[in-house]
Ligand binder design. Structure first.
Ligand code: SDX
Length: 427
């Protein structure tokens, strides 16, 4: 703790402690503020509010820095694997080779779903959005895995965390298979986490499926880029749901529901749809003008960020990965050229410069996922697949935090003051 912040309200002056972290902004501890002053602080959207203490992920929005347990996202994307990053987020340190092998084996052996869960899919229309399916099926997991729902038992919390990380690829792949009327493909324990997901998604019983190493590597890197991101909307949803003592499967289902929104994880689907709608570089100025028009609700999807007021370091890696996948699959989709030129024009436009709007993680991801063969409706499901490790790591951290209480914000009430009831014949 460094010093205190004096806040004067009317005839009251309170000293609130100022707390410092390892790096990043200090926080003013206002936990006693209401008791001392009778007033609430007000911060809809939490633009200036720290909701918790965390050791998982640090973001410096001005410098475009993203660290997971102290390791830079660029280093992890280049040198690590998604399984290694999952271990790092859950346990706090990079694993030894033996630890990583044991962790990988544990996750591999949790990839199968209870067979009765397959019937849940039959209740959906074939054209149901995969995120609707993910919300339903993940929420239903709590009905099948009662032996990992006691949130006060660290061992059960870790089993539930492993089950969620392991089963998300199976659930997402089944959502895709159901949407295209193909049979579900069971996990194959000989494959990597990401290779297994590719085979469950694109493999068919009628022939062998060959995982393309460059695609496996690119998708594994995309999963790393989406693993965790501090207290974003869906993570905050998971923490708030978890603060009531709800079981982990219900909490992650709540996170999936929040991620679905186009302002958050749904932006990758919206960004590719936007790029396809633009279609050719000549039409870019029209869309940039619309994005700048206050009277037009249109926004450049995949641009801007609550925290990053510089380039999203994940977008940098994502753009390089587009070229790798295009070369590996000999793809020549004009949408990448539209994306590159749109970025170039936006970053040279005073509106975007003044408002510090840069491409975010969602701007290029859809270009890659489309090249690999995923339909746009699967993009956010892949984001949820990768973000599950961040959600469960944050959820575990919250449950283990002795300072955590049920989350219960207050409000500024501007409705009617007390008034007498009026019988209907007198209205
Ligand atoms: C993710 O929080 C996270 O960490 C999220 C995430 C994660 O990993 O979990 O990083 C993943 O959700 C990335 C963001 C994906 N969303 C999009 O790409 C959707 C398009 N972007 C915007 O809707 C917006 O930029 C947000 C929602 C991302 C951020 O919104 P903020 O912080 O609330 O900013 P704002 O809406 O107050 O915008 C500030 C100004 C506004 O103009 P003024 O009212 O000040 O005149 O910038 C403008 C906005 O109109 N603006 C945009 C814009 N984004 C903001 N104008 C045009 N196009 C855009 N994309």
């Amino acid at each position: 703790m460094t010093d205190t912040a004096k806040i004067t309200l009317g005839d009251k002056t309170v000293d609130s402690p100022v707390l410092s972290g390892t790096v990043g902004p200090d926080v003013v501890d206002i936990r006693k503020f209401y008791a001392q002053t009778g007033a609430f602080t007000y911060d809809p959207g939490f633009t200036s509010t720290a909701s918790c203490e965390s050791k998982l992920t640090y973001i410096d929005g001005d410098e475009g820095v993203l660290l997971h347990r102290g390791y830079a996202i660029g280093d992890l994307a280049e040198h690590s694997s998604f399984m290694e990053v999952c271990y790092l987020l859950l346990n706090g340190e990079l694993p030894t080779a033996e630890e990583l092998e044991a962790f990988d084996n544990t996750i591999t052996r949790h990839t199968m779903l209870h067979e009765q869960l397959a019937t849940f899919y039959r209740g959906f229309r074939r054209d149901a959005h995969p995120m609707a399916v993910m919300c339903g099926v993940v929420g239903a997991l709590s009905a099948f895995y009662h032996d990992s729902t006691d949130i006060q038992d660290p061992h059960q919390r870790m089993i539930a965390s492993h089950r969620l990380i392991a089963k998300m690829p199976t659930i997402a792949a089944m959502a895709y298979k159901y949407s295209v009327g193909q049979p579900f493909i069971y996990p194959d324990n000989k494959l990597s986490y990401t290779g297994n997901f590719l085979r469950m998604t694109f493999g068919v019983p009628a022939e062998e499926y060959e995982v393309v190493p460059a695609v496996e590597r690119a998708l594994d890197r995309i999963f790393i880029l989406h693993a965790d991101h501090e207290q974003n909307a869906s993570t905050s949803t998971v923490r708030l749901a978890g603060s009531s003592g709800a079981n982990p499967f219900a909490c992650i289902a709540a996170g999936i529901a929040c991620l679905w929104g186009p302002a958050h994880g749904g932006a990758n689907e919206a960004a590719l749809n936007m790029l396809r709608e633009i279609g050719r570089p000549e039409r870019i100025p029209e869309y940039i003008a619309r994005a700048k028009d206050k009277d037009d609700p249109f926004r450049l999807m995949g641009f801007g960020h609550r925290v990053y007021k510089n380039y999203d370091p994940r977008a940098t890696v994502m753009q390089k990965t587009v070229r790798e996948v295009f070369d590996a699959l000999k793809v020549n989709d004009p949408v990448f050229e539209v994306a590159l030129q749109l970025e170039e024009m936006a970053l040279n436009d005073s509106y975007f410069i003044e408002k510090k709007l840069f491409p975010n993680v969602d701007f290029y991801s859809g270009v890659i996922l489309s090249a690999i063969g995923f339909p746009t409706t699967m993009f956010t499901a892949l984001f949820a697949l990768a973000r599950t490790v961040g959600w469960v790591a944050q959820w575990n951290e919250m449950i283990s935090d002795p300072a955590q209480k049920i989350g219960r914000p207050r409000q500024l009430y501007t409705g009617p003051a007390h008034r007498p009831y009026v019988p209907v014949d007198q209205r």
